[in-house]
Design a protein around this ligand. Structure first.
Ligand SMILES: C[S@@+](CC[C@H](N)C(=O)[O-])C[C@H]1O[C@@H](n2cnc3c(N)ncnc32)[C@H](O)[C@@H]1O
Length: 190
């Protein structure tokens, strides 16, 4: 194929799209959207206070954040996403959502970087292989009372405060607190 300037741009764009999707998969999990029934269930159980700050680490196209924002209009919902394609879809969804999504912020960033000490709640739907690094970050940064909502696989070596599932064919959800994560981390260090 002739490498015209237009072809070069298309290749470069495809390279970035595929490359960043692969990066997400290698870092913590590939892009797999949380299904609507699970999103609705999480929103119904999250019990977020007015003005709560909520993070989704690896937010994909922001689907969970948008569901939370619909149910809790006063929260500040922040998602970090490393893959360009879901990030752009998230931005478009936010733009079309108008006022309903004004408090949702989707940021194209590696979630291992930003500090989470202001979080009231953190949601994750990631591969269990990433948990040791994720747990280390959460145990260092979260306040004692911050909620951690984990879809699919529980954290190893720490009892969840609650474990619930909407139905047998919907992924389970595990609820933790920052304090429990810190206690688990310090018992590993001791
Ligand atoms: C299983 S998907 C979950 C998407 C979304 N949270 C949901 O529930 O619909 C995991 C997402 O994490 C992203 N991801 C993986 N590692 C990341 C990292 N270090 N920083 C930011 N995003 C990451 C992937 O690109 C992917 O979109």
């Amino acid at each position: 194929m002739l490498m015209t300037p237009a072809n070069t741009v298309i290749f470069a764009f495809a390279y970035v799209i595929v490359g960043t999707l692969a990066l997400g998969g290698l870092s913590a999990a590939p892009w797999v959207r949380t299904r609507k029934r699970l999103r609705d269930f999480i929103a119904s159980r999250a019990d977020l206070k007015d003005g709560a700050i909520v993070y989704d680490l690896g937010c994909g196209d922001g689907a969970v954040l948008f569901s939370l924002a619909e149910r809790y209009p006063t929260i500040k919902a922040i998602g970090y996403e490393i893959a360009l394609l879901p990030y752009v879809i998230g931005l478009v969804t936010k733009a079309f959502g108008g006022k309903a999504y004004r408090n949702v912020s989707i940021r194209c960033r590696d979630f291992f970087g930003p500090d989470l000490s202001d979080a009231d709640a953190v949601f994750i739907f990631l591969l269990a292989e990433s948990y040791p690094r994720v747990m280390k970050k959460l145990s260092k940064e979260l306040r004692d009372d911050a909620k951690v909502v984990v879809a699919a696989w529980p954290f190893p070596g720490i009892a969840a405060e609650r474990a619930e599932r909407a139905a047998p064919d919907v992924l389970p959800v595990y609820f933790y607190r920052g304090a429990a994560l810190r206690a688990a981390a310090s018992s590993v260090r001791d």
